[in-house]
Design a protein around this ligand. Sequence first.
Ligand code: NAP
Length: 276
Amino acid sequence: MKRVTLPGGETVTALGQGTWMMGEQPAHRADEIAALRAGVEAGMTLIDTAEMYGEGAAERLIGEALGDRREALFLVSKAYPHNADRDRLPKACEASLRRLGTDRIDLYLLHWRGGVPLAETVDAMEQLREAGKIRHWGVSNLDTEDMEELVAAGGSGCATDQILYNLSRRGPELDLLPWLGAQGITAMAYSPVEQGRLIGNPTLARIAESLSATPAQVALAWLLRRDGMIVIPKAGSEAHARENAAAADLVLDDTALQELEAAFPAPRSARPLEML
Ligand code: NAP
């Protein structure tokens, strides 16, 4: 499995697992646990979650599914913007730790920008890091101007920006991704198969067939070919988790890349960062 180097030198798997909408329906629980375990077995040891997902249900599911594999994992969780101040962030972090059944979060993110001044969030994150509750911190859904403000507010310790980026959402290519690259901040692509909407795309289907792959694998391989990009598809079944993990071995040839470029052209001018 390809690995990505975080600022500071630690490496993580380029392909991880998302958990939005997981842990919310009892009828799906067994399949979701099996999916997460199969994904970890297949090498997708970075797990992305948030206190928002099912109001803690996704974090609890991870604790139940993977508690016995903690040492192998790199756990990412996110705090609500309204919890990102000096008083609330430590409490939100403790609650996430309890639900995850662990003593540290590997990467803790501000889920999106809210009303709390960025300098205060930076300070609260750094204090959690010094206390050993989190190992790295970062942000999500911050566009270039917000990132510039974050760094100016003392946030040069930010490890990642988790953003909406996939074949059908190429806006960040013109400004945010180059900016993150220049700063040495790792980008993490969420909704990499556009929440399933890319799966039925005829171009993806045609390319997938020609490569003996699946549309999901083509969409993931397209993201994974970028150096330093972490990609976090969510799978609700063992079959999807294994299929997604195998995308790490898929190489897109020049013909496939040209066809994808024609079907999903790069933006011609900068666009505001989108979010889901
Ligand atoms: P996604 O990963 O693009 O798509 C998930 C959907 O695609 C599910 O319906 C899943 O179905 C389906 N799928 C996955 N693999 C498949 C495969 N191999 N074949 C066919 N269908 C497949 O969307 P997402 O869940 O929005 O994004 C991924 C993760 O990013 C989230 O779970 C979350 O952790 C994170 N995220 C973060 C933010 C943020 O604001 N920071 C926002 C959105 C998402 P099944 O469930 O049936 O497998």
